[in-house]
Unconditional design. Structure first.
Length: 257
């Protein structure tokens, strides 16, 4: 694989598993120095070892992105240590599943803290560094539930929708500074959470996958390819976009049989 990202520095939040890990691994394979952060030290240790064993330059930091001061300090520290921060992936996520009548305000606030407020904090800190460099790329990981309604996901959907509009505004503000900001909108993906859902409700999971136009769930590596493309100079004229990577689900017109 070409090392076309050699000399670049990237931060991936929620980088210890799923889409975040697949993205960090691909960035490292393509030559970038990658920093991942997450809340679970043991999982981070495993992720770091896997990427390092594959020859990647990788650092792992135990961090909760809702510790906003620590998150901002992490970004500033990366820029200070390496002299740059070229790419940021805001991938860390929080989700609560409940009908509005039973959803707790604390759960609503938690989803917004991770999916919207931390994205604001991270983007703001990264844009400061990138503006001084004259160049940078940020990708925020949203969800199909941000653009299509699904019962029982009000806090997750609303916070991920806020992320998409924030992405567009950040793109407008960063455009003349050489900073691109885009969002990826995943559908059903075979992450740990997705596989757990399939194990607990195999019939429902199978029907859900079959309802996707391509007839299957996505793989984390497929999402990673789209994310890294958006981060790279191959997407140099793309900014302010929310790109669905969902097997066609967002484009589908549902007509009951």
């Amino acid at each position: 694989m070409a090392k076309d990202l050699a000399g670049k520095v990237a931060l991936v939040t929620g980088g210890s598993d799923g889409i975040g890990f697949a993205t960090a691994a691909l960035l490292a394979k393509r030559g970038a120095r990658v920093v991942i952060c997450g809340r679970r030290p043991e999982q981070l240790k495993i992720a770091r070892a896997k990427i390092a064993d594959d020859g990647g330059e990788i650092e792992a930091v135990a961090l909760d992105v809702t510790d906003f001061a620590a998150f901002e300090a992490l970004i500033e520290g990366i820029a200070a240590r390496h002299g740059q921060l070229d790419m940021l992936v805001n991938n860390a996520m929080s989700t609560h599943y409940a009908p509005i009548a039973r959803l707790k305000l604390d759960h609503w606030r938690k989803d917004f803290a991770v999916n919207a407020e931390a994205v604001f904090v991270g983007t703001k800190a990264a844009m400061k560094v990138m503006a001084a460099q004259g160049k940078g790329s940020i990708v925020n990981i949203s969800s199909t539930t941000a653009i299509r309604a699904m019962a029982n996901y009000s806090s997750y959907s609303a916070s991920k929708a806020a992320m998409i509009q924030f992405t567009a505004v950040a793109a407008m503000e960063g455009a003349r500074q050489g900073i691109r900001v885009n969002a990826i909108v995943p559908g059903q993906v075979n992450t740990a959470a997705g596989l757990d859902f399939a194990a607990k409700a195999p019939e429902l999971a199978a029907r859900t996958a079959d309802a996707i136009p391509m007839g299957r769930s996505g793989e984390p590596e497929e999402l990673a390819e789209a994310i890294v493309f958006m981060l790279s100079d191959a997407a140099s004229y793309i900014t302010g976009v929310a790109l669905p990577v969902d097997g066609g689900k967002a484009a589908q017109l549902y007509i009951p049989s």
